[in-house]
Ligand binder design. Structure first.
Ligand code: ATP
Ligand code: MN
Ligand code: MN
Length: 301
């Protein structure tokens, strides 16, 4: 008796009902990945990506001719995305109101890919209440010359310091050079309070260990250090979302990892667009159970 291995239903772009034009166009020349394959990647991971990416303002990195050609960062809805991509009006600092993009389902996700999107970056708040962040992100940006071991050590130290003040945090490989330390928040405090907290927390670390950390953006101050980029936590800023493909060499993806797993990982580009099955399997593993979820508020410090 031949027993067939149960086939996992792995959906492609076609199953989502979005027609992908130029599916054979090579988007990642180095990895030989086409637009059709990128669309299939996003269709496959939609179920694990959308819990993080849906219903929050997003900015897109669009590279219609592939990552090696011109790319642009798009914040506002140009009105050309059709009905699966929504917009939410947000008032800017200068008082003008702009339509920001958001998606709520696989169709919206794939529509953006059809429009040449590679990367999705999200606000730290949901469209239902854009003024109250539901997450804080510490984006660890190492100076050139530092190795990934230094970044991991920094991430673990942040986690420990956050735990001391009662905050659970989670690690995500950026798919680039760094690690993002993600702190889920119950949406209560507004942006100024969250930004102020993130800044004070980061500056305190940099002051305590000035040889390892800086909380100042300037490249000159970064020499041999890790910049704790707390500026992701101001109104209007974005950070790359979990399971998003990066428009970088070899098509790496941003990937949640457990603190235990992180110890054995030696690059922020550990997973790529070719790892959809692995990422889906991993997301259901015990290691990642509860990743990114915590009902918690900023402490009074
Ligand atoms: P890495 O690990 O390589 O640093 P990263 O995603 O953290 O990867 P950063 O250069 O630190 O990359 O980017 C910080 C954030 O700035 C991005 O996550 C993105 O949301 C935002 N960003 C990127 N490009 C632009 C842009 N052109 N305009 C505005 N914001 C941008
Ligand atoms: Mn970074
Ligand atoms: Mn940064």
């Amino acid at each position: 008796v031949v027993t067939e291995k149960p086939q996992k239903a792995r959906s492609g772009a076609a199953d989502v009902g979005v027609a992908i034009s130029h599916p054979d166009r090579v988007i990642f020349p180095d990895a030989g990945i086409t637009k059709g394959e990128l669309a299939d990647y996003y269709a496959s991971v939609a179920g694990i990506l959308l819990p993080w990416a849906a219903n929050r303002p997003v900015s897109l990195v669009r590279c219609p001719q592939g990552r090696a050609k011109q790319c642009f960062f798009q914040k506002h809805d140009a009105g050309s995305f059709g009905e699966a991509v929504h917009h939410v009006d947000i008032t800017e600092k200068d008082g003008t109101t702009e339509p920001y993009l958001y998606i709520e389902d696989a169709k919206g996700l794939l529509t953006c890919v059809q429009m040449g999107t590679i990367e999705f970056h999200g606000w730290g708040s949901l469209v239902s209440d854009v003024e109250k962040p539901d997450r804080m992100v510490f984006d660890l940006d190492p100076d050139e010359g530092l190795d990934f071991g230094d970044v991991k050590k920094a991430a673990e130290d942040l986690k420990a310091h956050l735990a001391e003040i009662g905050l659970a945090s989670f690690a995500m490989l950026s798919g680039g050079k760094g690690v993002h330390v993600v702190v889920p928040l119950t949406p209560e405090a507004e942006w100024p309070e969250v930004k102020s907290f993130a800044e004070r927390f980061s500056r305190a670390l940099a002051q305590a260990e000035p040889d390892r950390f800086t909380a100042t953006m300037s490249k000159a101050k970064r020499k041999g250090r890790i910049f704790i980029d707390w500026l992701r936590n101001q109104r209007g800023s974005t950070a790359v979302l979990p399971y998003v493909a990066r428009a970088r060499e070899a098509a790496p993806v941003a990937a949640p990892v457990s603190w235990t797993e992180l110890k054995d990982i030696d690059t922020a580009k550990r997973f790529t667009v070719k790892d959809a099955d692995t990422l889906i399997e991993r997301s259901n593993s015990r290691n990642l159970a509860g990743w990114g979820v915590a009902d918690q508020s900023l402490p009074d410090v």
